[in-house]
Design a protein around this ligand. Structure first.
Ligand code: NDP
Length: 241
């Protein structure tokens, strides 16, 4: 499984770092899509110098995707795996949710996946091979209050995944979604001790997941072994749903 060229978006974040590491362990060439935050990505690129590089990419912008993918293909002549991992949430009750909080979250979580898939498809079709893994969320399947924007965006990612999987299956391109539950990253750092305990009580395994446990699922879906799996929605949630 080595020598593949992999692009991971949101690669400075907790999950993005773990996903990038999983592919680096397989000796892949990994492009770390970054925007504002880049400290951890820079450290990872230094650790795996020669086959791990930063790539400027604002996932909300089609022209940013075009430039990023063109530069990958110019340098590596291929792109085997895209992991659409970048995301954000801005929670709040719908009655008072600002229009900006709605559109920012839809743009970053859903529009971004549309732009990303569109940007890589020509290359994957010409290769007659490709793997796309979209990071959705358990919120797509079990929408909590206070996340109308995020849950709608992530449910959109699931639907996009299933529809696109059918469009490109004959070209040997698979498109799958991963739905993480509670995963120990900065996203959960703001939780108080009591809130953590209550949340963990909702998880049959009685613990939050590790970023590496999500990364392992992504790595598998992107592997040759997963060649007959497409349009799948794999939840990694300790058994909540
Ligand atoms: P983080 O907040 O740690 O990382 C998110 C990353 O996305 C950051 O590196 C951020 O970069 C990047 N990003 C945000 N907006 C953009 C943009 N416009 N262009 C490019 N990059 C952008 O989150 P996690 O690592 O925890 O989450 C990763 C994914 O997993 C997300 O899609 C999230 O919704 C999903 N998820 C996470 C769960 C969890 O419990 N952690 C649970 C379920 C789903 P920057 O610093 O530039 O903003």
């Amino acid at each position: 499984m080595s020598d593949r060229v992999v692009l991971v978006t949101g690669a400075n974040g907790g999950l993005g770092q773990a996903i990038a590491r999983a592919f680096l362990a397989d000796a892949c060439v990994v492009l770390l899509g970054v925007r504002a935050g880049r400290d951890r990505a820079e450290k990872l690129a230094a650790e795996f110098s020669g086959r791990c590089h930063l790539l400027d990419l604002d996932v909300r912008k089609a022209d940013s995707w075009k430039t990023a993918v063109e530069s990958i293909v110019a340098k590596h002549s291929r792109l085997d795996v895209l992991v659409n991992n970048a995301g954000k949430h801005e929670d709040g009750l719908l009655a008072t949710l600002s229009a900006d909080a709605w559109s920012n979250v839809i743009e970053t979580n859903l529009d971004a996946v549309f732009h990303g898939c569109q940007a890589v498809l020509a290359t994957m079709i010409s290769q007659r091979k490709g793997r796309i893994v979209n990071i959705s969320s358990l919120s797509a399947l079990l929408a909590p209050p206070g996340q109308t924007n995020y849950a709608a965006a992530k449910a959109g990612v699931v639907a996009l995944t299933q529809s696109l999987a059918k469009e490109v299956a004959r070209m040997n391109i698979t498109v799958n979604a991963v739905c993480p539950g509670y995963i120990e990253t900065e996203a959960l750092a703001g939780m108080g001790e009591e809130e953590r305990k209550l949340a963990q009580m909702k998880v049959p395994m009685r613990r939050f997941g590790k970023a590496a446990e999500v990364a392992a699922a992504v790595r598998f879906l992107a592997s040759d072994e997963a060649s007959y799996i497409t349009g799948a929605v794999l939840k990694v949630d300790g058994g909540i749903l």
